[in-house]
Write a protein that binds this ligand. Sequence first.
Ligand SMILES: Cc1cc2nc3c(=O)[nH]c(=O)nc-3n(C[C@H](O)[C@H](O)[C@H](O)COP(=O)(O)OP(=O)(O)OC[C@H]3O[C@@H](n4cnc5c(N)ncnc54)[C@H](O)[C@@H]3O)c2cc1C
Length: 457
Amino acid sequence: MEHREADVIVVGAGLAGLSAAHGLLAAGLEPLVVEARHRVGGRTLNETLADGTVMELGGQWLAEGNTRMGALARQAGGSLFRSRAPGVDLLELSGRLRRQQGKVPPLGPVGLLDVALARLRLDRLVGSVPVRAPWRAPHAEELDGRSVGEWLDRTVRSREGRRLLDLAFTTMWGATPHDINLLQALAYIGSTGRFDNMTTTKIQDRVTGGAARVPHWLAEGLGERVLLDAPVRAIVHRGAGVEVDTARGTVRARRVIVAVPPQLAAAIRFEPGLPHARLAALRSLPMGAVVKVSAVYDRPFWREQGLSGTALTDQGPVTAVFDNSPPGEGGRGVLVGFVPGEQARNLAGLPTAERRQRVLATFARLFGPGAGTPDAYAEKDWVADPWSRGGYFGLPAIGAMARSARALGEPFGRVHWAGSETVLKDYGGMEGAVTSGERAAAEVLAALTAEEVGQPV
Ligand SMILES: Cc1cc2nc3c(=O)[nH]c(=O)nc-3n(C[C@H](O)[C@H](O)[C@H](O)COP(=O)(O)OP(=O)(O)OC[C@H]3O[C@@H](n4cnc5c(N)ncnc54)[C@H](O)[C@@H]3O)c2cc1C
């Protein structure tokens, strides 16, 4: 059993926790990271084939302006490259496969106009919501109390336009539009600028060797200061410090940073107990649902047909596919697919072989029979993972956005908070995770310094 002491205990070895610990160590403090899983990286995950081909099964894209994540990727020995391959995109709606050249979706005139108007209206609303303080938006309470689905019900008239927008929201949030909080959606889109950017600058760059090289590099730098297989059960304020009860023993420190998804933080016992409002905020953020799949081929053969590898389909179970091949010419071809929301839950209930067969049938329908027989295939059901309980990120319940957004970053006694759900800019993404960890480390440093010089904290 471990009975270690440290200056600061960080709960969770995802990007947030590891960035926090990295910052604390650089500042001369002794952090100890306690992680439930047998691996680091949390919602980023690489699976590497014997020939070195990487399948990214968790977070992977950097958005324009994700400078902290970009800097860490370079420090970790990686480099960034543009994600998008040239070529024609595919859109399959109501069983009809269409080709999309450029940005205009291949819809009939009514659907096209409908979608264009909806985007305009949405962007106007996005512009009215301050990303870092969405509760200050005009009519914030009303927006918080509505779902994206309700807004679409009132705004979009054509069936085709609605199908496309439902598909886009479901894929990007991992939930059906009726489960997406409108205020959260507006702030989230605002973080990237406007709705169209969600499929362009939001998924702009990738990291050579996969995004998960960043947490691995951070953990390497921390060495034995990362304790794996140590789920935290309780956090107890005792005297001038904090005791953290893990499955591998009790560890002690002057301060704690909790860097786990909100629903998992709500499952930890706190002494004294968390105030009701804080607990309610944590509980009001269930994760979206997603299964991510990856298939590897001898080459990116779809490019030979002029296809970009990007496809959206409402036929399921996969709803979106992207070319995820390594950079440069002459290498392997990799496709990634996303199975979001209800589709994810339905797929998860099937036997392994049937899941694979259904996913690859979608790939084959879109890119030809060759796509149905990859050299390697992997899938990750994030909902079934007890240490994530879903993905991509926590979705504020309808009516709970303003409350949870204000409460989640606030320290509680000697406990500080990090995680991609505790920031508003870059919410739910890798950049948000990193900046939240850096923010929490700075907060702890300031508190410990103040304590040392005898100032009240
Ligand atoms: C399929 C998928 C695709 C995504 N795609 C992108 C993308 O392209 N771009 C992007 O920017 N973001 C993406 N994301 C989101 C991004 O991966 C996350 O926002 C980010 O990695 C979260 O980091 P975190 O450190 O806040 O949390 P996590 O990565 O969830 O880390 C939390 C850690 O805490 C541990 N933990 C939980 N409970 C306990 C406990 N009780 N005791 C100890 N440890 C505990 C967990 O095991 C985990 O390691 C994606 C996510 C998923 C799932």
